[in-house]
Write a protein that binds this ligand. Structure first.
Ligand SMILES: [Ca+2]
Ligand SMILES: [Ca+2]
Length: 213
């Protein structure tokens, strides 16, 4: 193998289609300060790369749960550390409180999807999700949740305690848990009957990661 083609990160002599492009011009953005850019898949939206670099406050090349929580939260919208950890939970093949560029790209798209589901099903534009809106949103996620379960979710996630509905942060948490647990249950319901047999150990191992996220 020609040694030149294995050089990492690419140098100015590399062909012009290497990513990131050789930064010969001072107006290239993002500025030529980070090797992080090279770790993203080719064609990644530059906005995602810029966000990663901004979120990675300590500059260690990964985003931890606290960095993500701080970066996502704005004056109008706060994310609980629990929601942030649940968002990271899907990457549980690695340390799920720390993600790199690849996982961050997936998470970025996940957040866009959550936002669009929330906006689609908050039909009255109240900024919260009520009973019927939740039912339909969960159905879109593939979960036909029975009414008593819906009521329990609303009771638990309506933080106001005044039947106003579920806010955006809680909606993501609720959706991640319902979708995740439904998926786990489905894996045990091989014949798709709506019934499954789980041992005590399986039940505990399934449910606990969602509770202690
Ligand atoms: Ca970091
Ligand atoms: Ca609403």
């Amino acid at each position: 193998m020609a040694a030149k083609q294995c050089v990492y990160p690419p140098t100015q002599e590399e062909p012009s289609d290497v990513y990131p492009p050789p930064q010969s011009s001072s107006d290239v953005y993002p500025p030529p300060t980070s090797k992080i850019q090279a770790l993203f898949a080719r064609g990644t939206d530059p906005e995602i790369i810029r966000a990663f670099e901004a979120y990675d406050e300590d500059g260690n090349g990964s985003i931890d749960d606290e960095e993500l929580q701080k970066a996502l939260s704005t004056a109008d919208l706060s994310y609980s550390i629990r929601t942030v950890r649940l968002l990271m939970f899907k990457f549980n093949n690695i340390n799920c409180t720390r993600i790199g560029p690849k996982e961050f790209t997936t998470l970025w798209h996940d957040l866009q999807a959550w936002r669009s589901i929330f906006e689609k099903f908050d039909r009255d534009r109240s900024g919260t999700i009520d009973n019927m809106e939740l039912r339909d949103a969960l159905r879109q996620l593939g979960c036909a949740v029975p009414q008593p379960v819906l009521q329990l979710l609303l009771t638990k996630y309506d933080r106001t305690g005044e039947d106003i509905g579920i806010d955006y942060d809680s909606f993501i948490e609720c959706g991640l848990i319902v979708k995740g647990l439904t998926q786990k249950f489905k894996e045990k319901d091989k014949r798709r009957t709506g019934t499954a047999t789980l041992t005590y150990e399986e039940f505990m191992l399934t449910v606990l990661p969602f509770i202690v996220a």
